[in-house]
Design a protein around this ligand. Structure first.
Ligand SMILES: [Zn+2]
Length: 208
């Protein structure tokens, strides 16, 4: 079986053999080269002799790196579909987890970016072009417990939407102080302002 040598990040050499990745250990006196699995907890190693013949030493106690990489990217796509966590955040969290588990580096964000956004868009409603076709699917009117979340939905040309759970409303009603702030910067397209109201409940700020 053929092996491939590639240059990893920071200029280190990586040898790919049988879908596993190895880091360079040393060049031996008689022209052979020693490599060790990039997973630091795995003791598998290979020796490539001066005739480019590969001698395997020990067994990997994990799946091949490339399979793990594909598995990790599939996991990211699933998260992109099922969660609302920002896509760059999903990538960042999963690549840290991948590095901790395998010692490997995932393909750069830009190479998976569009497929992750495609997954995200497949689970989101179509972005409306004007307020008359702005329709909120029933699922998005409910909170995580299935209670009403869209409490205010008035106007056509000037539309006002208010989202708060029943529990959030009760906490606002009980609170002595509210902190309220509006931002134009993060308002969704077609809307001018996103306005939030927070109240302090115990040690927690509850948002509305
Ligand atoms: Zn290994």
């Amino acid at each position: 079986m053929e092996f491939e040598i590639e240059t990893g990040q920071r200029g280190s050499q990586i040898c790919i053999y049988n879908s596993h990745r190895y880091r360079h250990i040393r060049n031996n006196k008689k022209g052979s080269v020693s490599w060790r699995c990039i997973n630091k907890e795995c003791s598998a190693a290979i020796l490539i002799d001066s005739n480019k013949f590969v001698i395997e030493k020990g067994q990997h106690d994990h799946e091949p790196h490339q399979n793990l990489e594909q598995q990790c990217i599939r996991g990211m796509k699933r998260r992109a579909e099922q969660e609302t966590t920002a896509i760059p955040k999903v990538y960042e969290q999963e690549s840290i987890k991948f590095f901790m588990q395998t010692g490997g580096i995932l393909p750069v964000f830009n190479s998976v970016r569009s497929s992750l956004y495609r997954c995200r868009n497949s689970s989101l409603p179509v972005i409306p072009h004007n307020l008359t076709e702005f329709d909120i699917p029933d699922d998005w009117k409910k909170d995580n417990l299935g209670g009403d979340f869209l409490q205010i939905n008035v106007g056509t040309d000037a539309r006002l939407l208010g989202f708060v759970s029943q529990c959030g409303l009760e906490r606002l009603a009980e609170a002595k102080h509210w902190n309220a702030d509006g931002t134009f910067y993060t308002a969704p397209r077609l809307f001018s302002q996103a306005y939030t109201i927070h109240s302090l409940t115990g040690k927690l700020w509850v948002g509305t």
